[in-house]
Design a protein around this ligand. Sequence first.
Ligand code: KDG
Ligand code: MG
Length: 412
Amino acid sequence: MSIIAADVIVTSPDRNFVTLKLTTSEGVTGLGDATLNGRELAVVSYLRDHVVQLLIGRDEHRIEDTWQFLYRSAYWRRGPVTMAAIAAVDVALWDIKAKYARMPLYQLLGGASRDGLLAYGHASGRDNAELFDSIRAHQAQGFRAIRVQSGVPGLHAIYGIASNATSARNAGVRYDHEPAQRGAQPALEDWDTRRYLRHLPGVFEAVRHEFGPDVPLLHDGHHRMTPIQAAALGRSLEPYDLFWLEDCTPAENQEALRLVRHHTTTPLAIGEIFNSIWDYQVLVREQLIDYVRSSVTHAGGITHLRRILDVAAQYQIKSGMHGPTDVSPVGMAAAMHLGLAIHNFGIQEYMVHGARTDEVFEQSFTWRDGYLHPGETPGIGVELNVDAAGKYPYEQAYLPYNRLVDGTVHDW
Ligand code: KDG
Ligand code: MG
């Protein structure tokens, strides 16, 4: 038994996705997500030029050994490109193993620890009226937990404020499938942290007043604050009982969270741009966070993210896996299987994919009453329709970036 083919498929239905498809000598196939938003082709090259030839002839059952081989033999460890590539191989191998076992993957990971995965959706608005409409529309879709992102008076374009409404499943909701802008240059947004810090607590006060105390509310700071600013925001949001404040400071400085933690009881989540267990070492050991935001896709696959979450579990830190539209249906399915199996599941981010994406990726997951479930199809429960994928060729796209009023580039 061995891997006889490894194909890297790039498709852009509603946005760009990179998928690895492994085929075994038994005729079984497995899929892995290798999408790195805005830098997709770097992972394509890493896989096609450096990894595919290492996979051909390998025993598909040796998942741990293949993970260690790809990680250690490269010498150049970690990094988003390497870890997305390894993740794709890892998930494809888990998909294959579960298909051989004729079981949905979560069964191989220990079986279900719960009936479904509480998921949060992205509500946003340029002002409170638009935000309330968006929250109501998400609740009508079944979402019980809601991320709240708001415009700030005086700023024109801000992270997380949807600019269009494109999906039938999201009828009436302004929704961005692709915050990355197609084209040769990134879009420019503006930013002013002091205006944001003044405005946001009032938004949450209004949301709590309108929607009551029960609904779990989340917010994403998208790495924009200094530690002392983040501490002030966390404290000013305490009366509104957030489920979490995400990425309040730039993620690469683990020490920054120490200061934030000492000043606020607002729960903290971080890690969507992390890619290895080493990024969490201080944060977990010192209990500076409450939720691990890494996705299976960007943190080395099922094998590595499970390792991170097992260490986190010792400190009552839970999962909050990244699930924007740039995590493909393959990456989302892997997340759902892992989330269903682990004990320390917290919440799953869920941005609904568009209709063309659903055409390319045939999926078995279910969405009921605010809960996701990966379904009972053997493997991860996703198949790639190659003909449909071929209709949507890659298009260059960049995430936006921002500048302060004086022209300084700021964290986006
Ligand atoms: O590729 C970057 C996006 O996935 C990211 O900006 C979305 O912050 C994000 C989130 O919380 O989903
Ligand atoms: Mg985020």
